[in-house]
Design a protein around this ligand. Structure first.
Ligand code: NAD
Ligand code: GLY
Length: 368
């Protein structure tokens, strides 16, 4: 088992990473000093697969466990599900010594985390992420929240978990498309911070896609380490944490424009990263070789790199403007300066789509 730490003073917490850890949940929670009453927030799919080992382990360690189910899907990461969770917590007489476990992907993690952040002004919570995306990104760093009909993650709080428990074995039941979408975030860490991780992915992509144990552990550990270091530098995204948005400005706008049902988050981010890297090349920041390696790795993972044909760039621009991260009409756009280095440029949505239009024109003329 690897133990990483997110160092945030008195809110520091461990990330346990290994295989077969679900059956050690009780022991690890006890070590973290959790009270006896524990709610496990999950959905039916994940609970059918993994609730039993977690619940058994907790019961063995003397915890009283209350499973709390929310319906499956991003559309249920909303205020209604939050309110249903509160109803259960109140009904079961949860108090400030009780805690919540998020057992599932990023949807469950964000929702349960926000419930914990706000119930009784904050109770402890534990992340047990079961998708690759949640293991390398959503479970670490304390961003919690729900969607509003006007936009994703518009209601939320920064609230750190007490511990993160990553059991790599659970990835064996994850649909391949979900695994590959999670890989987009791992590739992102390589591009923004870690040439060695990037090279590891290039050299071992096939084995990683076959869920090779050692490689998975290396890739997830390296990703969590980078995320932890970024969060330690800038917990509340006042400055450097924005580096994690590489590929996300275009990716989020694309997800929103296509109604969240054409692309998984990681797929949209993959397109966003490919476009951001291409813009970086054109701005003279990124060299040809690095751009080629980035596009090759994204494609090799089975992820898309091109904007869908027929997309209306003005509509994409509108979506970028409503992004909660735009300030005074300008977006802090993350560019890459080769592999492992980034630059922030403040651009308007119009600046960004002008660059995308010029890339599209070139692609069309090459395809003619
Ligand atoms: P998800 O939570 O919707 O899970 C994807 C699907 O996989 C679901 O159907 C789920 O039931 C199923 N599943 C989960 N684990 C499984 C397993 N081990 N085996 C089989 N099926 C399994 O999707 P996601 O990609 O994990 O998370 C996306 C969400 O994460 C979005 O809401 C996004 O906003 C959020 N997110 C948050 C952060 C953050 O920092 N808080 C970062 C990135 C993404
Ligand atoms: N997923 C981006 C962040 O945590 O900041």
């Amino acid at each position: 088992m690897h133990i990483l730490t997110v160092n945030l003073g008195d809110r520091s917490y461990p990330i346990y990473l290994g295989e077969g850890l679900l059956s050690r949940t009780g022991e690890l929670l006890k070590k973290a000093g959790s009270g006896k009453k524990v709610g496990i927030v999950s959905n039916q799919t994940v609970a059918d697969l993994y609730l039993d080992p977690v619940q058994e382990s907790l019961t063995r360690s003397g915890f009283r466990v209350i499973p709390i189910f929310v319906p499956e899907g991003e559309e249920h990461k909303n205020l209604k599900s939050l309110s249903d969770i509160f109803d259960r917590l109140i009904g079961e007489r949860f108090d400030r010594s009780s805690s919540l476990i998020a057992l599932g992907g990023g949807v469950i993690g964000d929702l349960a985390g926000f419930a914990a952040a706000t119930f009784l002004r904050g109770i402890p919570y534990i992340q047990i992420p079961t998708t690759l995306l949640a293991q390398v990104d959503a479970s670490v760093g304390g961003k919690t929240g729900v969607n509003h009909q006007e936009g994703k993650n518009l209601i939320g709080a920064f609230y750190q978990p007490r511990l993160v428990l990553i059991d790599l074995e659970v990835l064996r039941t994850l649909p391949r498309t979900e695994f590959v979408a999670g890989l987009a975030e791992v590739i992102k860490y390589g591009i923004i911070e870690d040439p060695q991780l990037f090279a590891l992915l290039e050299a071992n992509l096939e084995d990683l896609l076959s869920l090779n144990r050692g490689l998975l552990e290396k890739a997830v550990a390296a990703s969590c380490t980078i995320k932890a270091r970024v969060v330690e530098k800038d917990e509340h995204e006042e400055d450097y944490r924005s580096v994690l948005n590489f590929g996300h400005t275009i990716g989020h706008a694309l997800e929103s424009l296509t109604g969240y049902d054409q692309f998984l988050h990681g797929e949209a981010v993959a397109i966003g990263m490919a476009q951001a890297a291409t813009i970086s090349r054109r701005e003279g920041l990124c060299d040809d070789k690095s751009l080629e390696r980035i596009l090759h790795l994204i494609k090799g993972a089975g992820l898309p790199t091109d904007l869908p044909s027929g997309i209306r760039l003005e509509e994409l621009a509108n979506k970028m403007e409503v992004d909660k991260k735009s300030v005074g009409g300008k977006i802090k756009f993350v560019l890459c300066a080769g592999i492992g280095k980034t630059r922030f440029h403040w651009l308007s949505a119009e600046d960004i789509i002008a660059r995308l239009a010029s890339i599209q024109k070139k692609v069309e003329s090459e395809n003619r």
